[in-house]
Design a protein around this ligand. Structure first.
Ligand code: ATP
Length: 319
């Protein structure tokens, strides 16, 4: 490859900018031309590309969001849309594309590779729901934000002897709730991967209350249920009235942690090197410290395994 492009797609995540910076600077270092595509696949179809130089990615490593902006694009779901996107790249002599995004964005990259464009996927999502990488770009920052919020809630909840239900992101993957729950000492962690019984949760809270515990944190991944519903059930069951906090999009903003910046930098550079080696339709990840490329086909057809050991640890420590 001589010329590549980079885009961000789907929901944004902290560290996407650090990844864009790594792709651009590595490409230039290795002597490639590099283009930034504005607004994901929508911008690709609209030929909204600009050539990037070293300075175009200055002063962004510390910023949340994405300077390339992101979008969801229906047209790109169709074969005609995909062909238009591929044609835009061919017309400009661009033969490689790095896609930073989640599951859906990966599928788009897969389709483009079948049309002769070499593609690489970088896992950019706070949910940590992409398999074949230990962590996705943005996850570490999102967990830090949740832990920080729970620290604040704990102060006020302890003063008032109240319990808190905290709803966090994670539609299919409960990792944000799991890691933040373990790190903040939550009493209960509800995730989509593990069935739960709210009557038992209420009973446990009541028992804890009898044994002198005056406050508790119940962390709910959005895919496991709504915080409001969980709180109502607990109140109906045992009379305890937890306060509900829905953290929402706060979890997707702010400066990326050093872990996310380092991960994004390593993966961005790896993606460029993979393209130069002629690889295509791969997802770039880090597994136990090692950089790995895995077929996107395999990645999108595999469910990320849930870390049962960590879940049990959180339970053991939350008594
Ligand atoms: P998040 O995890 O934040 O939801 P995502 O990348 O999964 O991120 P999607 O909205 O699913 O977000 O996908 C982003 C874009 O990728 C879509 O708007 C669409 O343009 C493209 N896309 C998604 N699925 C496909 C598919 N099956 N084929 C081609 N393109 C797709």
């Amino acid at each position: 490859v001589k010329s590549i492009a980079v885009l961000t797609s789907g929901g944004d995540s902290q560290g996407m900018n650090a990844a864009v910076r790594a792709v651009v600077r590595s490409a230039l270092y290795y002597g490639l031309e590099v283009y930034g595509v504005q607004r994901g696949y929508q911008g690709l179809i609209n030929d909204d590309l600009r050539q990037m130089d070293l300075r175009s990615v200055g002063d962004i490593i510390q910023r949340g969001g994405t300077i390339l902006q992101t979008a969801r694009c229906k047209e790109f779901m169709t074969p005609e849309g995909q062909e238009r996107g591929a044609q835009v790249l061919r017309n400009r002599g661009i033969d490689g594309l790095v896609v930073i995004g989640g599951d859906g964005s990966y599928q788009g990259a897969n389709k483009l590779s079948k049309l002769g464009i070499k593609t690489m996927g970088l896992p950019g999502t706070i949910d940590n729901d992409i398999p074949f990488t230990d962590f996705t770009i943005g996850f570490d920052t999102a967990v830090s934000i949740v832990v920080d919020a729970i620290n604040k809630l704990r102060d006020t909840m302890t003063s008032h002897e109240r319990s808190s239900v905290v709803e966090v992101m994670g539609r299919h993957c409960g990792d944000i709730a799991l890691y933040a729950g373990l790190a903040s000492g939550a009493e209960t962690i509800l995730v989509p991967e593990i069935p739960f019984n709210l009557d038992e949760v209420s009973k446990r809270m009541q028992d804890n209350f009898k044994h002198g515990k005056r406050h508790s944190i119940i962390l709910v991944a959005e895919g496991a249920g709504k915080g409001e519903d969980v709180a109502r059930h607990i109140t109906d069951c045992c009379g305890i009235e937890p306060r509900v906090t829905v953290l929402g999009h706060i979890q997707r903003g702010g400066a990326p942690t050093h872990n996310d910046r380092v991960l994004a930098s390593q993966l961005g550079d790896f993606a460029v090197r993979q393209l130069m080696e002629g690889e295509s339709a791969k997802s770039c990840g880090i597994i136990r410290g090692e950089l790995v490329g895995t077929d996107i086909d395999k990645v999108v057809n595999t469910k990320k395994p849930f870390n049962m050991e960590m879940y049990n640890l959180a339970l053991r420590l939350s008594q």
